[in-house]
Write a protein that binds this ligand. Structure first.
Ligand code: KG4
Ligand code: ZN
Length: 352
């Protein structure tokens, strides 16, 4: 089956084409430059940019996949969670397309997309080491800008949210630290790069929820600790340039986030017996996080899967396409026929 998938949940306009679980094209039009000067995503600017980008992205995705629109079997789109104004653009385009082509529309949860991102294969069906049904039950660890979720996954479509953040998401903490340090937006990639050049252990930053008994996360305490520590360093050393301590500071921050994520992941694995861990979300782009998980989890006899390409960690439509594919294949998709498209509405706070 040929699927055209759309994601406009935040600040990337993305359109992908899949043939079953194989990715034929994945267009991602980033709006980072538009939001940079505001230090974060501005919903109204995002909506306008999605509106400008969506048609060209659809055309480009079809072109790269060497496909005509009338060859498509399904249209898929993110219905939530995400920014209401941004989601709306993708949903409206998807409805227009489904109506024009008289094809069914599949509504996909953005976090299910992140969860299933490691199932995507390239156009040749590679790489071979992809998860399959045999790797269920699985534990999903989704670490993005809006969510930090632990999802017990019994099978496709069978998800139980067993842990989430009580306040800020991990990615949000990266972005806020970057803002405090005046390093630009989005903060994740910059903080991760800076952290590589430094050594942690000098500032006494806390490890979030180190001793908590449940499976939830919390990153706002770490954020506040960073704020006070930075103020303290600047007050005590007014002439010291930021470059003298910022790499070590970022390294310690990253270590704290990684430790917190690992503690909760291990706790979840103590409580739920699974065969694999599925990683997803923008923060998974941090190499040290992936290395740490790959060091501690496989010795427990549990496989670890991430998407085959880094572009599938951050927001993209390929992951929406793969979730639609399994939804159709396993018969649990939220499917809208051309006659009842108006029933589909955005859900900015949708839960997996
Ligand atoms: O999954 P994603 O693209 O969007 C959401 O669904 O939120 O995640 C975006 C988040 C941002 O907070 C961004 O700073 C973070 O992922 N991120 C990273 C890296 N690249 C992006 N965090 C740490 N290290 C990175 N290399
Ligand atoms: Zn996302």
């Amino acid at each position: 089956m040929f699927i055209l998938a759309i994601d406009t949940s935040c600040d990337e306009t993305s359109v992908a084409i899949l043939k079953d679980n194989r990715l034929l094209s994945n267009v991602i039009a980033s709006q980072i430059d538009l939001h940079k000067k505001w230090g974060g995503v501005v919903p109204d600017i995002a909506r306008r940019a999605h509106k400008e980008n969506i048609e060209p992205a659809i055309k480009e995705a079809l072109k790269r996949a060497h496909l005509k629109a009338n060859q498509l079997d399904y249209i898929a789109v993110t219905y939530g969670p995400g920014l209401a104004l941004a989601l709306e653009v993708g949903i409206n385009s998807a409805k227009d397309l489904a109506r024009a082509l008289q094809k069914p529309l599949i509504a996909v949860n953005h976090m299910e997309g992140h969860l299933l991102s490691s199932f995507v294969r390239n156009s040749q069906g590679n790489p071979s080491k992809r998860p399959t049904e045999k790797d269920f039950p699985a534990m999903g660890l989704l670490v993005s800008g809006g969510h930090t979720d632990l999802v017990y996954t019994e099978g496709f479509g069978k998800y139980k949210l067993i842990g989430e953040t009580l306040d800020d998401a991990a990615g949000e903490a990266f972005d806020k630290l970057a803002k405090m340090l005046d390093l630009g937006y989005p903060g994740g990639p910059i903080i991760s790069e800076f952290a590589k050049k430094g050594v942690g252990g000098k500032f006494g930053l806390p490890i979030p929820m180190e001793k908590s008994k449940d499976l939830n996360f919390s990153f706002s305490g770490l954020k506040t600790a960073c704020l006070y520590k930075i103020k303290d360093i600047k007050e005590k050393n007014p002439t010291l340039p930021q470059s003298a301590w910022v790499y070590d500071f970022c390294a310690e921050f990253v270590d704290s986030v990684i430790k917190s994520l690992l503690i909760k992941l291990e706790k979840a694995l103590d409580q739920y017996s699974v065969k694999s861990v599925l990683l997803g979300g923008g923060v998974i782009s941090n190499e040290k996080l992936r290395r740490s998980i790959n060091k501690y989890i496989p010795p427990r006899g549990i496989k670890v899967f991430t998407a085959y390409n880094k572009r599938l960690f951050t927001d993209n439509a390929a992951m929406i396409g793969i979730a639609a594919y399994y939804g159709v294949k396993c018969n649990y998709a939220k499917k809208y026929l051309p006659d009842d498209l108006e029933k589909l509405e955005r859900d900015p706070i949708a839960e997996i």
